[in-house]
Design a protein around this ligand. Structure first.
Ligand code: NAD
Ligand code: ZN
Length: 378
């Protein structure tokens, strides 16, 4: 559904790397003017020969990738549109190399734009190419999945996978701006859409009980992808992630670790069943329930906090139980968790709620307790 209300603007304040996220419904056609304004604000030349590499994937190119390409061409950029295969496998060294090749062929200079039109895979990969080409060129994000609109396009983390380690090769490279049009979500498959909602619920649990309550009250609108509800929910999620990023841009103080609520469990589930079997957001949904139960067992919260999360996730048709897979036995899950980035010296660490809207990093969690929680969650 297209509405013409004024866009919401979420500023990200990071000194000379500050930028804005513009959230609208149905205003993608204005992206040429938007990007011109961002360039002017940063002193990026709008005269002479201007180039842009527009990166998208095979599911997104029609119509979204093409529309962005045409709008930028109309606004005076010499554009090259690159259409990559969809899926996590594209976030690799080979595809990053292909983008560098295309930038060279385009004779891109330091003012050239790299524009990502796609989900987190395209955003992370194109952002990595932008971070590395000519030691960093301006980067614009046009996220097209709910997950990328509320999470991966905010915060400046870009990168690719190593064959043996996900997201291991990367950089912090803040974009010039992020252009979110919630209407792009109308073509997103249901399962991908729901997976994005898990990260939205996460923001409520870790940072904002009032937001969690609004989600509880807006279940129908969320399920129906109502444009007004989506604009509000996407904008507020961006605001919350922006506040965390502003406090801990380079993941040094531990504040940004709060965003990993449910993720220690989720990463283990995803790695064991194989990426793609369980979508990231689905794994996060189950992981949050496990983490919340763990907090209960440690006496940090009462059962009501877990019950409300399960009720909301269920209502949004997200999974809340550990799937019955032979890969997902307790010893294997615990082994994977010990390999997670958040473990130190083999001791298990988790981001756990202390109430709805607040979390803490808790170290030294006994493995028996984790196993018990997994058993409760099957
Ligand atoms: N940089 C960060 O801070 C950060 C944060 C979270 C996740 N990530 C990364 O994001 C990636 C996952 O992102 P994702 O969930 O967006 O996955 P994705 O980019 O693979 O997109 C999911 C699927 O939806 C399709 N699609 C995208 N937009 C569409 C649309 N509007 N209509 C129809 N189909 C569409 C894609 O082609 C793909 O098949 C992972 O690689 C993850 O590591 C990064
Ligand atoms: Zn996540």
């Amino acid at each position: 559904m297209t509405t013409s209300s004024a866009p919401e603007i979420v500023p990200i304040r990071l000194g000379d790397r500050s930028y804005e996220i513009v959230i609208s419904s149905g205003q993608l056609a204005n992206i040429g003017d938007l990007v011109r304004g961002w360039c002017a604000g940063r002193g990026i030349s709008l005269g002479g020969r201007r180039t842009a590499l527009v990166v998208t994937d095979e599911h997104v190119v029609e119509p979204h990738g093409q529309r962005v390409n045409e709008a930028l061409a109309q606004a005076g950029w010499i554009c090259d549109l690159v259409v990559l295969p969809a899926g996590e496998g594209t976030k690799c060294q080979g595809q990053a190399g292909l983008l560098w090749d295309r930038l060279i062929a385009l004779q891109a200079d330091r003012n050239a734009l790299v524009v990502a039109v796609g989900g987190g895979v395209i955003g992370d990969l194109a952002g990595f190419a932008a971070a590395t080409y000519a030691r960093g060129v301006p980067f614009v994000q046009v996220p097209t999945t709910l997950l990328s609109q509320v999470d991966s396009s905010v915060g400046g983390k870009v990168g690719i996978n190593h064959p043996r380690a996900k997201n291991m090769i990367g950089a912090f490279h803040q974009p010039l701006g992020v252009c979110i049009d919630t209407d792009l979500l109308t073509t997103l498959p249901d399962r991908e859409y729901r997976a994005g909602l898990a990260e939205v619920v996460k923001y409520g649990v870790i940072l904002d009980a009032g937001f969690f309550e609004r989600l509880e009250a807006q279940i129908a609108g969320l399920r129906d992808r109502d444009a007004t509800v989506l604009r509000e929910v996407v904008a507020h999620s961006c605001r919350l992630k922006a506040s965390v990023t502003e406090q801990d841009e380079f993941e040094r103080t531990g504040i940004r670790a709060a965003l990993n609520y449910g993720h220690t469990f989720a990463h283990a589930f995803e790695a064991l069943v194989g990426y793609g079997e369980l979508l990231h957001g689905e794994a996060v949904s189950i992981g949050m329930v496990c983490a919340s139960r763990l907090a209960e067992r440690l006496g940090r919260i009462d059962a009501e906090v877990t019950r409300r999360q399960i009720a909301l996730l269920d209502a949004l048709h997200l999974p809340t139980r550990v799937p019955a897979s032979p890969q997902l036995d307790n010893p294997r899950i615990l082994d994977k968790m010990r390999l997670d980035k958040k473990t130190v010296g083999g001791s298990l660490r988790f981001v756990l709620p202390s109430r709805l809207g607040a979390v803490e990093l808790v170290a030294g969690v006994p493995p028996e307790l984790v196993a018990a929680v997994l058993d409760d969650s099957r």
